[in-house]
Write a protein that binds this ligand. Structure first.
Ligand code: GP9
Ligand code: MN
Length: 623
């Protein structure tokens, strides 16, 4: 009997070790593994409270669930580099649409987490089998003792987790808690929804340059139509890059030199909501939720978005996206974001489906007659799809001749799909011109988020080889931002570092909207002298990039385990020199989350951040 318990315990420990090894736990490997091992044993001990004859079945169910957790976590990790968060249950319905991506990450090696079932079956056949779980007879009194002991132990571990998370600025990751503690903490946080407290709000306010008229670029696009194109997975490195002497983005390369403001040091800031977060941050000038994706988490909120501000100036507002309208809760949230019309797959003809949804060419083609019908000026927001992970397209759409080494690789497929997008966009601009929709329109384009992660060894190697330099975070987060104004002779490359949160103030200035100061967290990048962008708010708040350096918070959320380097020389920067930027990044993201959590956007718009936060009006507003 005890032999069997010993075997099971050993298998649990081995599985935990393999898992922690796989996700790259380095610091405190043994402490984390043993702590989680004891936690699992405490949970498994509840099996002895079940009636003897049902114990075996219960054990197998529990053990299967535990193995399944590791299996799903391993797959999730290979894409997101963290473990499945509990709120992803809200996204289960979306799996079908992105099934190509799921299949890409599903590898047979993860079945390793079920191998011990064969060992157990084998052992049972060759030993006393069934009887074993029944051997230990536990009296009522002992049941209480076991339950109490295990429960106290579990609560104790949760207490320790709470302390560790506190030391890591509220950040909980598999690296500071270990797999099971991480999940338990995640569930506890989800259920209890602890208060968000704004941090160092003075710092946030201090760092915002108030927007005002008479600034550079103010009103250049006054009363023009606006077409925003949020391009799926478009990273900055593809621009001006050739492969076998063919340009990857020939049209974009021409566009960026023709009446265009090109923001070359612009960075994505999405959270778990990926594409939808890119939309959210850009249109709201706030950071996304660090938990459940923003379009769901804040669906009941009141907003003050760019489309809403433009509507007040008489704009028509609409959004085009060739996917099901429910994806990312768009159907519900778009009206609240200020979009009067949502032209989704329901309104469009599904005449060319590719990957996740309607092809970019078809979306653009079908948009023309709809745009022609609109009253002007209009704000029209496009979310493209074809260059979505895993980037595989039918051969006939792959127009570039790739060197053998890139054929069939994810990078090769990506380059082809970005090239496809570039071509589709060229066709769109041509159609706009032919339909008299070009001259009076400001065309804005940016990438929604990264396509390749530095944490993925294979991607890192491919990209480093392709770029001829190590592929690091500064390149990973960099996305292009173009503002093309036909006939405006505004040609310029803007080097100031900024992120998606700066979209609203920057574009508002160009469109001639005078915003009262301190209403949003972003800054106007045309008029900002010191660049700064928060990086990756969802897994480690505190990372940032500025004009000189980049700071990446340690995986365990601890400042002292972070890394930083100079962007020009590549040399390490002492962490203390990053303390101010780190504080600012934490403060901005937390304040933003606080505003959204308590639905304070109308109050902030009414009185300004300074008034709301500085003069302790927070409670008044919340009541
Ligand atoms: C789905 C599309 C893709 O509608 O926006 O979303 P992503 O998977 O990139 O977040
Ligand atoms: Mn996307």
């Amino acid at each position: 009997m005890y032999k069997k318990i010993g075997i099971i315990s050993a298998m649990i420990l081995i599985k935990l070790m393999i898992f922690h090894q796989y996700i790259g736990v380095e610091q405190q490997f043994w402490i984390l593994t043993l702590k989680n091992f004891c936690l699992i044993l405490a949970l498994y001990s509840f099996i002895f409270l079940v009636k003897e004859e049902r114990r075996k079945r219960t054990f197998y169910i529990v053990h299967f669930l535990f193995s399944m957790l590791l299996f799903v976590d391993a797959i999730y990790y290979s894409n997101f580099f963290t473990l499945v968060p509990v709120y992803s249950v809200y996204q289960i319905g979306q799996i079908g649409t992105v099934s190509d991506s799921v299949w890409y990450y599903l590898k047979p090696k993860y079945l390793l987490f079920f191998v011990d079932f064969f060992i157990l079956f084998f052992y049972e056949r060759h030993s006393i089998g069934d009887e074993e779980f029944k051997v230990i007879k536990i009296t009522k009194k002992w049941r209480k003792v076991v339950a109490l002991f295990s429960l106290t132990f579990i609560i104790g571990i949760m207490g320790i987790s709470q302390r560790i998370v506190g030391e890591s600025q509220g950040l909980y990751t598999p690296y500071n808690l270990g797999v099971l503690s991480y999940h338990m903490y995640d569930v506890a946080k989800f259920v209890s929804k602890p208060d968000v407290k704004p941090q160092k709000v003075e710092k946030v306010i201090e760092d915002i340059t108030p927007t005002q008229p008479q600034l550079k670029g103010f009103g250049l696009g006054l009363n023009k139509n606006v077409i925003v194109i949020q391009a799926e997975s478009l990273q900055g490195f593809v621009l001006d890059k050739t492969i076998e002497e063919q340009e990857i983005t020939p049209f974009l390369n021409r566009l960026l030199r023709d009446d265009t403001l090109y923001f070359s040091r612009y960075y994505e800031q999405v959270g778990w909501g990926n594409t939808s977060d890119a939309e959210f941050i850009s249109n709201n000038g706030l950071y996304p939720s660090s938990g459940l994706y923003s379009y769901k988490e804040y669906e009941g909120n009141t907003f003050k978005t760019l489309p809403l501000l433009l509507k007040e100036k008489g704009y028509e507002t609409m959004v085009f996206h060739g996917n099901e309208p429910d994806f990312w809760n768009r159907k519900t949230i778009y009206p609240k974001q200020g979009f009067d019309q949502f032209i989704s797959l329901n309104e469009l003809e599904a005449d060319e489906m590719m990957g996740v949804g309607l092809s970019d060419s078809s979306l653009f083609r079908q948009a023309i007659p709809i745009l022609k019908k609109q009253n002007t000026p209009f704000y029209s927001f496009f979310v493209t799809l074809t260059s979505h992970h895993p980037f595989v397209m039918d051969k006939k759409y792959c127009k570039l001749t790739l060197p053998q080494e890139y054929e069939g690789t994810i990078l090769g497929d990506y380059i082809q799909s970005v090239h496809y997008f570039d071509h589709a966009l060229e066709g769109f601009i041509k159609d706009l011109k032919e339909n008299g929709l070009y001259e009076d329109t400001v065309i804005i384009l940016y990438g929604d988020h990264k396509a390749f992660r530095v944490e993925d060894e294979e991607h890192k190697e491919l990209l480093s080889h392709f770029l001829g330099k190590p592929y690091e975070e500064d390149e990973m987060y960099r996305i292009p931002l173009f503002v093309h104004m036909p006939g405006q002779s505004i040609q310029e490359e803007i080097h100031c570092v900024g992120g998606q949160v700066d979209f609203l103030p920057t574009i508002a200035n160009l469109l001639g909207l005078s915003l009262p100061p301190y209403r949003f967290l972003g800054k106007d990048l045309l008029n900002e002298e010191k660049g700064f962008a928060v990086l990756q708010p969802h897994t480690g708040r505190g990372s940032f990039i500025d004009d000189e350096k980049i700071f990446i918070l340690g995986k365990d959320g601890r400042f002292e385990n972070s890394k930083a380097w100079n962007l020009k020389t590549g040399k390490p920067v002492p962490l203390e020199e990053c303390r101010e930027g780190y504080d600012r990044a934490v403060a901005e993201v937390t304040t933003s989350e606080y505003i959204l959590e308590y639905d304070l956007v109308p109050a902030v718009w009414e009185e300004g951040l300074k008034e709301i936060f500085m003069h302790q009006k927070i409670h008044e507003v919340m009541e």
